[in-house]
Each structure stands twice: as structure tokens, then as C-alpha cells.
Ligand binder design. Structure first.
Ligand code: SAM
Length: 319
């Protein structure tokens, strides 16, 4: 490609103004068409260990072209301005360093929502939609007080509030920076009028019998496994969101022990679990005197959610 906007971009990059790390990428793309840049970026991402590199190349190009799409710019190369190429190289450089795509783009789709994501929060996973679906299947729109322990980006809380107009919700997290993102996401999703947020340790600050529906996706990765995780998770997601202790069950022990106190009679709980934790988390729930305990699979067939209820009668904590 010569005499087009891309050449202007390279001239600008060589002017001395742009000494950023992504400059070598810009130079490698000099003279290439957008189709060739797309293929080159896809190959570089795959070589960096990102299996979905071809798709991600398209996502990144669509992001810098928005609201135009890759197909528009392939038909009309002028749409791929030097600013777009410069931005693409900067984003691609970060992604090639294995920064998660969600953090590079600044957002992640979850359920029907588009949530802001930063290094301060776990990127919402599609597996977690299993928990949202399970709760919706079990609870109608009657007014309810929803609590999400370890709310992170607010993903579960906001997805449920978006589907249940009669509910109000509280997201709790130990991390103040995470709560700032969750609060911003509530505004972004138009749900701030029904969503509150509070900093604290699991249910510690909540009153007895104050919760109708309790959800949580706590950290559940065995500490020793963390170092072997993919770089996106290990190096870029908060350890507080991942580390479940020596057997991965630390958070479940604390949360489940407190459920009979927090839930109203017949109150519903749903906890996301690791694929091999169905039995151990169910056992903890039985030991706490909870009832109707079930383990549900995700779309891949792995155990993903333990849910159940507080019994209809008084719990031990009621005396
Ligand atoms: C696996 S992430 C889940 C985030 C979000 N709910 C989701 O599903 O995407 C676990 C969250 O629990 C929070 N957390 C960890 N320990 C906590 C504690 N003791 N009390 C409250 N929140 C805690 C972390 O900060 C993190 O946001």
C-alpha cells in the first residue's frame, strides 16, 4: 500500500514523537494491505501462544475501526486511517505480551451486558453464566434482596438484576478497586438504582436473615496451581480473585458456614465451583444444615454450580 493513510502513519511514527514499544510492529506492517496486516497479526498472536489468534486479530481490528467493521475497511481502505493503524499496533503489542483481551479492549460481554474490565477485577467468564441461568430458573420476579459475595466486576449481580426488575442487590468485595469498577458497571448497565456495593469480608457485615438470594463465585484455585496458569490469568488477574488456599476450599468454608445465618427461611444460594469441587462443596453445605443441595453442570458438562436453600424452619443460629 503506498500513498495512502498508512504511509502517513509510518511517517508520523518515524517523526520521533512516537517512541512507544509498538513501533516495530508498525514498521513491519508498512506497505501491507489491511488483509495482510490482519493475517500477519493473527499469525503473530498464534506464535505468541494465543490459539484464537485469527479471531482476536479480527476483534482488535474491529475495535479500532468501530463503528466501521473489518469488511467495510477491506472494501474501502481509506477507513483504515493511520490513527487506526497506530492504535491497532498499540493494542496488539499489549495482547502479544499476553495481557488478557478483555483488559486490552477494556470491556467484556457477559450475559446480555457489556462490562468494563481492568486489572483490578476478574474478567467475567462465560462459565459463570451457568450460575445466572440456574438462579433465574429457580427464582421468580417477586421482590427479593440479592447479595453477591466477591462481586468483582459486578457481573453476576448485574446480570441477575437485569433479568429481575423486582429485585434489589448488594455486591460485597474485599477489594476497593474492584468495587469501583462494579459501581461504574452498575451505572453503565442502567442498574445503579437497584445495586449497592459494600467493602467487606464475605457476609461478615450483613445482618442475620437479611438475604433472600445469595450468589458467589469465590476464588477456588488451589494455591499451588496458580504458578502454572496461563500468563493472562497468572500475571494479569488479581490473586485475590483466584487463590482458594491449599485445597481451593477456603472461601467456601467461610461462606457456607455463614449461610444459615444470612439467608431467610427457604432462602436460595448458588455458588460457582471448580470442575472437581462438586462433592466437597456439597458436603460443606450438608454439614451446614442446608437443604435441596444440587450440583449443576456447565455447557461443557463440567460441574460448575452448587445450589440449595436454607430450610423452612428456624436455623441453629435462631436459637
Ligand atoms: C473469582 S472472583 C469473582 C468475581 C465476579 N463475581 C465474577 O464472577 O466474575 C472472586 C472475587 O472475590 C473477591 N474476594 C476475595 N476474597 C474475598 C473476601 N474475603 N471477602 C470478599 N470478597 C473477596 C475478590 O476480590 C474477587 O473479586
Amino acid at each position: 500500500m503506498s500513498g495512502g493513510p498508512f504511509d502517513t502513519m509510518v511517517d508520523t511514527a518515524k517523526s520521533g514523537f512516537d517512541a512507544a514499544a509498538h513501533k516495530p510492529l508498525l514498521e513491519a506492517w508498512q506497505g501491507l494491505s489491511l488483509a495482510d496486516i490482519r493475517a500477519d497479526l493473527g499469525a503473530r498472536l498464534i506464535a505468541a501462544g494465543i490459539d484464537e489468534g485469527a479471531d482476536e486479530s479480527r476483534f482488535l481490528i474491529n475495535h479500532v475501526l468501530a463503528p466501521a467493521r473489518l469488511s467495510d475497511a477491506l472494501a474501502d481502505p481509506a477507513l483504515f486511517s493511520w490513527q487506526a493503524a497506530d492504535q491497532l499496533a498499540a493494542l496488539a503489542w499489549r495482547r502479544l505480551s499476553r495481557v488478557p483481551l478483555s483488559q486490552v479492549l477494556g470491556s467484556q460481554p457477559f450475559w446480555t451486558l457489556d462490562l468494563a474490565v481492568t486489572p483490578d477485577v476478574l474478567t467475567p467468564r462465560s462459565d459463570t453464566e451457568t450460575l445466572v441461568e440456574a438462579v433465574l430458573a429457580d427464582a421468580d420476579d417477586a421482590p427479593a434482596r440479592l447479595v453477591d459475595l466477591g462481586t468483582g466486576s459486578g457481573a453476576i449481580l448485574l446480570a441477575l438484576l437485569s433479568e429481575r426488575a423486582g429485585w434489589s442487590g448488594l455486591g460485597v468485595d474485599l477489594s476497593a478497586p474492584a468495587l469501583a469498577i462494579a459501581t461504574a458497571n452498575a451505572v453503565r448497565c442502567g442498574l445503579a438504582n437497584r445495586a449497592g456495593f459494600s467493602q467487606g469480608r464475605w457476609g461478615e457485615g450483613l445482618a442475620d436473615g437479611s438475604v433472600d438470594v445469595l450468589v458467589s463465585n469465590p476464588p477456588y484455585i488451589v494455591s499451588d496451581v496458580l504458578a502454572g496458569l496461563e500468563p493472562e490469568v497468572r500475571d494479569h488477574e488479581p490473586a485475590l480473585a483466584l487463590d482458594g488456599g491449599t485445597d481451593g476450599l477456603d472461601a467456601y468454608r467461610e461462606i457456607i458456614t455463614d449461610l444459615p445465618r444470612l439467608l431467610v427461611p427457604n432462602g436460595l444460594f448458588a455458588l460457582e465451583i471448580g470442575h472437581d469441587q462438586g462433592e466437597s462443596v456439597s458436603t460443606l453445605a450438608h454439614e451446614a444444615g442446608l437443604v435441596e443441595i444440587r450440583v449443576l453442570p456447565d455447557l461443557a458438562g463440567n460441574d460448575r454450580v452448587v445450589m440449595g436453600r436454607r430450610g423452612a424452619g428456624a436455623s441453629a443460629v435462631d436459637g
